[in-house]
Design a protein around this ligand. Structure first.
Ligand code: NAP
Length: 246
């Protein structure tokens, strides 16, 4: 379904991004992985994708850095031959009730989770306009729809990403470029792995399906949105949350 396409996945070394990269590669895409610190994890994903017979390059870059993002995308275009699918997935949490939340924790979460998507999308904007059927997929969160005590910074970034998605979708629709957001609920990754069993049980109790999701649940949707079959879907926010936010 994605043969001949080149995907750039930020935060592709671990968790959801890793699974999205592997799933797109399985469907025929070559993949550029962007990560921040986990060299070994990124190399592991590269090996798995190359073992499928697909091309994969890995790039260490802080997506929050505007100039670094521009250099990164120029390098990816020159080394991989272009970008057809941009997945803005890199994200972090710095949780705390607003009363105790530090300014630097607010700024850093906004810089990585929201400005990171701006940096990559802006750097690739002209390029994507010229690629037939290009796709932008932003990984938001149900927390951006519902809010969550202790995550004012994260929820603000994820809600901002939804407004960003719809605006970019409107700007690029006439060019045949789609831009959609995925809003996962609670998915089993390192990000949620630090939660205690008690908290996890509490979360599962709020989910109609009574369980957390798997990265593959999100990756399947990302691959569909990247495919030609999804060419008339744009500006959407699709939850993958076991019914949590309906
Ligand atoms: P994760 O397991 O913690 O992985 C985060 C990924 O982002 C890693 O690959 C990490 O790279 C990368 N990253 C972090 N900061 C970066 C930066 N400044 N520049 C470049 N890359 C950076 O998280 P996850 O659970 O897979 O989450 C992925 C996305 O889904 C995030 O946007 C998150 O907010 C969203 N999401 C997750 C859930 C969930 O329940 N897990 C729910 C809703 C939304 P390194 O490996 O180098 O650190």
């Amino acid at each position: 379904m994605l043969s001949g396409k080149i995907a750039l996945v930020t935060g592709g070394s671990r968790g959801l991004g890793r699974e999205i990269a592997l799933t797109m590669a399985r469907q025929g895409a070559d993949v550029a992985i962007v990560y921040n610190a986990s060299d070994a994890a990124a190399q592991q994903v590269q090996q798995e994708i190359e073992a499928m017979g697909r091309r994969c390059c890995i790039y260490k870059c802080d997506v929050a850095d505007f100039d670094a993002a521009k250099t990164l995308t120029d390098t990816v275009i020159s080394e991989m031959g272009g970008v057809d699918i941009l997945v803005n997935n890199a994200g972090i949490v710095r949780d705390g009730l607003l009363l105790s939340m530090k300014e630097e924790d607010f700024d850093r979460v906004l810089s990585v989770n929201l400005k990171g998507a701006f940096n990559l999308t802006k750097s690739l904007y002209r390029h994507l306009m010229k690629r037939s059927g290009a796709r932008i997929i932003n990984i938001s969160s149900v927390v951006g729809l519902m809010g969550n005590a202790g995550q004012a910074n994260y929820a603000a970034a994820k809600a901002g990403l939804i407004g960003f998605t719809k605006s970019v979708a409107r700007e690029l629709a006439a060019r045949g470029v789609t831009c959609n957001a995925i809003a996962p609920g609670f998915i089993e990754t390192d990000m949620t792995g630090a939660l205690s069993d008690k908290v996890r049980e509490g979360i599962a109790g709020q989910i109609p399906m009574k369980r957390m999701g798997a990265p593959a649940d999100v990756a399947a949707l990302a691959a569909f949105l990247a495919s030609p079959a999804a060419g008339y879907i744009t500006g959407e926010v699709i939850r993958v949350d076991g019914g949590m936010a309906m």
